[in-house]
Design a protein around this ligand. Structure first.
Ligand code: PEP
Ligand code: MN
Length: 339
């Protein structure tokens, strides 16, 4: 971090700033120029409040040269994080395919879909028991019963389950879940992020619909700073001026996050587009761009789905897609390895 001082700073104020910074554990390199004096702060500046320093009388400007996230930062952790989940893993060269209904609607429904997606090559089962709906009149999910049905589907298929927690109070019910999902609308629910950081299971954070990469990575940082290193980032489309699609899929998130962080990246083409017929193309694009996995909504009867039918694939459409994606992934890995 670089602190540019105003001309002729008050000596006492300068000394107190320097000793305050030193108490915070950073060392300071002072460079005195003709017009300005510049303090170069070296060390862990992630806990310094940039706005507080910028507001001081003697300070002209403050610039960060290092990102405010440390645990999630690739600079401090160059190797990719690989997250084991039961018999599978997320990251480390595998293509994770999380598939399943938007909402768990009944035991029969979720078990049947789980069996179908497993047969097609999915490695995890998704399904919402607690649903964040825009309207209070829409189906809100089966709640605790939905979690029970997901566990039945896991027993029947062996597929680990990923499901969304909406509120702190629900966390005790998630003890048996394999991956906790924090939805786009909760990406900056900081108390929930901190509590997720105290869980002994992976947490997948979906990108808020207007979140920057840095804000998103700071959400991961919340979970990691509370002690949970197993964080997955899921891009699910952001809000832009375009209204033809439900959101706009930001494919650049894949290479950008690869550069900035060591955490695995998953792409959700279903919420990104809101249209089932766009899911295949965007899934292919994500695999070609090097995603660690996909989260795809699959429903046995999309026309009658209680949530997100228009973006859901029927099992017989998902089947050839999953097979093609696995082949494409193997091909892309071959390219990267120089085959
Ligand atoms: C979901 O995955 O069910 C969901 C609601 O997604 P998002 O939080 O990305 O809208
Ligand atoms: Mn959905």
């Amino acid at each position: 971090m670089i602190v540019i001082l105003k001309q002729n700073p008050n000596r006492e104020q300068l000394e107190s700033l320097i000793s305050w910074l030193q108490e915070k554990g950073v060392s300071i390199h002072t460079s005195i120029g003709e017009a300005h004096t510049i303090l170069g702060l070296v060390g862990d500046t992630s806990k310094l409040d940039i706005d507080l320093i910028a507001a001081l009388d003697i300070v002209e400007d403050v610039k960060r040269v290092q990102e405010p996230y440390k645990n999630a930062n690739r600079k401090f952790h160059p190797e990719d994080t690989v997250i084991p989940v039961r018999d599978t893993q997320i990251g480390g060269g595998t293509l994770t395919i999380m598939a399943g209904p938007c909402s768990v609607e009944s035991e029969e429904q979720v078990v049947a879909i789980a069996k179908a997606v497993k047969a097609s090559g999915a490695t995890m089962l998704r399904g919402g028991a607690f649903k964040p709906r825009t309207s209070p009149y829409s189906f809100q999910g089966l709640g605790e019963k939905g979690l029970e049905y997901l566990k039945v589907a896991r027993e029947e298929t062996g597929l680990p389950i990923v499901t969304e927690v909406m509120d702190l109070s629900q966390l005790p019910l998630f003890k048996d879940v394999d991956v906790i999902q924090i939805g786009a609308r909760n990406m900056q629910n900081f108390d929930l992020l901190k509590a997720a950081g105290h869980q002994d299971k992976p947490v997948m954070i979906k990108r808020g619909m207007s979140a920057t990469y840095e804000e998103w990575l700071m959400s991961a940082e919340y979970v990691m700073a509370s002690g949970n290193e197993n964080v997955i980032l899921c891009e699910r489309g952001i809000r832009t001026f375009e209204s033809y699609t439900r959101n706009t899929l930001d494919i650049a998130a894949i290479p950008v996050l690869r550069q900035l962080t060591h955490l695995p990246v998953i792409i959700d083409p279903s919420h990104a587009t809101g249209k089932y017929w766009l899911v295949e193309t965007l899934s292919r694009a994500a695999v070609a761009a090097g995603t660690d996995g996909l989260q795809i909504e699959v429903h046995n009867d999309p026309a009658h789905a209680l949530c997100d039918g228009p973006q859901s694939l029927k099992p017989d459409v998902f089947d050839p897609l999953a097979r093609k994606l696995l082949k494409l992934h193997a091909f892309v890995r071959g390219l990267d390895e120089g085959d």
